[in-house]
Design a protein around this ligand. Sequence first.
Ligand code: NAD
Length: 468
Amino acid sequence: MIEFDLTIGGAPVKTARRFEVMNPATGTAAGLAPNAGLAELDAAVAAAKAAFRDWSRKPDAELQAMCEAVAAKIGEHAEELAQIITTEQGKPLNGLGSRWEMGGAAAWAGYTAGLSLRVKVLQDNAEGRVELHRKPLGVVGSITPWNFPVMIAIWHIMPALRTGNTVVIKPSPNTPLSTLRLVQIINEVLPAGVVNVVTGDDQAENLGAAMSAHPDIRKVVFTGSCATGQKVMASAAQTMKRLTLELGGNDAGIVLPDADPQAIAEGLFWGAFINNGQTCAAMKRLYVHESIHDAVCAALVEFARNIPVGDGRDETSILGPVQNRMQFDKVSRLVADAKERGTVLLGGAPDAGLFFPPTIISGLKNGDPLVDEEQFGPALPVISYSDVDAAIAAANDSPNGLGGSVWSSDPEAAKAVALQLECGSVWINKHGAIQPNAPFGGVKSSGLGVEFAEEGLAEYTDIQTVFS
Ligand code: NAD
């Protein structure tokens, strides 16, 4: 049994109650997490608020050096954290699994440590000097989901620290253990109270809701579903919190008639099935020109049928189980419905426990639930189209706007289509490839603000304009 305490003010804190965390591959308890309530949340916010005074006044070079020390710690503990992620999240150690997630976490931490927001001189002439300063906000509340627990925690924590803020993080009740350990590790190199963690089971008390309304939290950075993001935004209004919301997506991929089915099959597969489709910016609908529809489906199925699915702790597994029962039931419902409407090319029925095989279903259209809803699981609907403009319109006919992709042998033609997609990121001949030097965020209902790069860093600051 894995078990960790909360970390508040640099010290371990036990709670009266704990809750079980399941290993989705086995359905058995993997660990116990503290079931914190509002008292522990208040203590964590108070610790972060107290730590803010010194942390926010540190010279920029010192903040950078401390962030680099955090990044180094994450690298040192990568394998330990990968093992915990696999145990509670289910994703395999290998493939695009937990070791890959930790590689990303270390890379993002290191890159973000090296970023800096310098004072900008807007004017310096006989009429006067005008400077734009970026100032830290105070306590940042981070609320994370269960799909990439450590990588997303790093996406939230690092830019907050680098800009002089302090943090209270609250992971998903489905995957709290890796974040509890992550915060212990980074506290080895940070002053007490700079990063604190609370965990709860979202039952009697909802810590995320309380954070969104907390008067001493100045900003919430939230990654999760659209529905919860809307609640966060509503309750943040009272205290005028700054918000970064990274919400759900229903990303479309469009395959143009000149694409080479064999050449794109692997990229299409991983674009859709990374982390079993439980990825915000995974490809969740695939529009293929009718002239190559059958060839693309055949190449995709051929690639997908050779992917080993199994317990993530088995070194040979490349995909694991669906993370939780709620998500599994959602995928099962959408696939059962899609089977009535289209043609199952691969998979199509649940396996034992929370295992669901990679599923590809053709013959669907906009209006079908598997096309319209975010499945967030290993099931890809394929839609045949005859007219590119109609495919673009169908791709844009969604309240979401996180990512999109266009696949073609002519990158310029693909870019012309890509620019017409209503989404925050768009890829040519790949899908979902994010990097720490490029802003990432959703348009429409997929969110507010961006993460990564200088633009993401700036979201953890207020502007102060100095006129002299
Ligand atoms: P979720 O919205 O159910 O939960 C996210 C977090 O919010 C959890 O920590 C949860 O405990 C907390 N929470 C629950 N109720 C709350 C409330 N009332 N107020 C504040 N916080 C509350 O999402 P999930 O099921 O964990 O994650 C899956 C969703 O996240 C998908 O829709 C996916 O697309 C999205 N996602 C988006 C991104 C992105 O960057 N855009 C990345 C990963 C996941």
